[in-house]
Design a binder for this molecule. Structure first.
Ligand code: FCB
Length: 485
């Protein structure tokens, strides 16, 4: 069993290299790549239901086949090996291994993850498993979903199943990926599954996701060897006020509360922030929601914090009819995901945009990492997702040239390197994504992969950025001035 290394050495600012032992990886998620939606006993998750509901996903795309990773995992691992990847962050489809979200596991489902992890280990690639990347078994949503407290207990039971099944071969575990999206996009704006738009349900979901994380950490710890590392991955918003005005600072405070501190507060500091409780007191009864003992569960120690970063979040006060500007980069909805933070407008940090219309600004990643190092010294960090979608196409010669993605990765990796030089204990970096895949409500219209997928044939074509990244990994350093790759 391999784990990520336990020490870092700071680098000098002029050096383009990363610390020895820095882990280089790529990430995917089950529903986005696996396909095989109804095979070997898998039952629908909320994303199957959502994507099959007309109007929810662009072009009516679904994850039924996706990148067919379920059948092509061997080839995909061989591709990872060719690129020199040292770690692969994948997620487990809960309804593949425990179809109803309760009761005994399905061995055929577990076997897929056993085969995948064996193949990775054989190739010398460290498996990094995420238990939940947004695909709740539909039966649990039918029973109330994340707004229901029992869902957190179901999740802890599933974590135990996975630790017992894979604990001998997976050394790095993540409970949840981006619980903000599960709660606020799933139950607030409704642009993600299950597509509900209910402010109280959103906050209840957030608390139960926190509780699920804490209970799962307990279950993992009880069932994993002591060398295993546990973590959660958050999409912390790098919130910036548009101007220096007091009103914009207040907008930033409120977005930071419902975007970040609703998770970092209980998980890392053992309490929900007072200002968050005050901002949302009219929406939910926190005293009823948070039971005695919950915060102790939620704040169980973790070994690593996963950080996903794409673009900064620039906000200002919106003069008020009560409606926040909805254009915040998370998808169009008549309902704001920012429960409890009305009258906030969202802005682009600059006009250099990816195909998602997200502004490219690598300084945000540096600020996030150094900010966490300052606020939570001693907590090792891992960049578990970073990358960009562009309108990639295959040239007549059969190549995919993506200089914009190379530039994006270069600037963001340089920000990581600089954060390490400035004292942040960043242990590794996972590019999002290994493969082009099902980009949630955007379906297959957005390509984030380092490897192009021709969905008609399932042919994989490593993009120029994949070759560039392979070279960075080989050298454990960025190209120097004048050698942009
Ligand atoms: C993150 C998700 C990931 C992918 C990227 C682009 O929020 O975790 O699955 O969709 O965004």
């Amino acid at each position: 069993m391999t784990a990520v290394r336990t020490e870092t050495t700071a680098q000098s600012a002029s050096d383009t290299s990363f610390p020895p032992g820095f882990v280089w990886g790529a990430a995917t998620a089950a529903y986005q790549v696996e396909g095989a939606a109804a095979e070997d006993g898998r039952t629908p998750s909320i994303w199957d239901t959502f994507s099959h509901t007309p109007g929810r996903v662009r072009n009516g795309d679904t994850g039924d086949i996706a990148a067919d990773h379920y059948h092509r995992y061997k080839d995909d691992v061989a591709l990872m090996k060719d690129l020199g990847l040292q770690a692969y962050r994948f997620s487990v489809s809960w309804s593949r291994v425990q179809p109803t979200g309760r009761g005994p596991a399905v061995e055929r489902g577990l076997d897929f993850y056993r085969r995948l992890t064996d193949e990775l280990l054989e190739a010398g690639i460290t498996p990094v498993a995420t238990l939940y990347h947004w695909d709740l078994p539909q039966e649990l949503e039918d029973a109330g979903g994340w707004p229901q407290r029992d869902t957190a207990h179901r999740f802890a039971n599933y974590a135990e199943i996975m630790a017992r099944a894979l604990g001998d071969r997976v050394g790095v575990w993540t409970t949840l990926n981006e619980p903000w999206c599960s709660a606020f996009l799933g139950y607030g704006s409704g642009v993600h599954a299950p597509g509900r738009t209910d402010p109280a349900a959103t906050l209840r979901a957030a608390h139960h996701l926190n509780l699920a994380h804490g209970l799962a950490i307990g279950a993992l710890r009880e069932n994993l060897p002591s060398t295993a590392q546990t973590s959660i991955t958050l999409n912390l918003h790098q919130v910036r006020p548009l101007t220096g005005s007091a009103a914009d600072a207040e907008a930033a405070r409120r977005i930071d509360a419902v975007g970040n501190r609703i998770f970092t507060g209980p998980i890392l500091d053992g309490a929900y922030p007072e200002d968050l409780l005050a901002d949302t007191a009219h929406l939910v009864d926190w005293a009823e929601l948070v039971h005695d003992g919950d915060l102790a569960e939620i704040s169980r120690p973790i070994d690593l914090l996963g950080v996903n970063y794409y673009s900064p979040t620039v906000v200002s006060a919106a003069a008020g009819d009560g409606a926040s500007t909805r254009d915040d980069g998370h998808g169009a909805s008549a309902h704001s995901p920012w429960t409890g933070a009305d009258d906030v407008a969202f802005h682009l940090a600059n006009d250099q945009l990816t195909a998602m219309n997200w502004a490219i600004d690598a300084t945000g990643l540096h600020t996030l990492l150094t900010g966490l190092a300052a606020s939570h010294p001693g907590l090792p960090l891992m960049v578990t997702e970073n990358g960009a979608a562009f309108d990639d196409y295959v040239s007549p010669e059969g190549r995919v040239n993506d200089p914009q993605r190379i530039a994006y990765l270069h600037s963001h990796l340089d920000a990581v390197r600089q954060a390490v030089a400035d004292g942040a204990d960043v242990r590794g970096y996972f590019l999002w994504s290994l493969l082009d895949n099902f980009e949630w409500s955007y379906g297959y219209s957005k390509r984030f992969g380092a490897v192009y997928v021709d969905y008609g044939t399932q042919r994989r074509i490593p993009k120029a950025s994949a070759h560039w990244y392979a070279e960075v990994i080989r050298r454990n350093a960025l190209p120097g001035a004048g050698e942009q790759g």
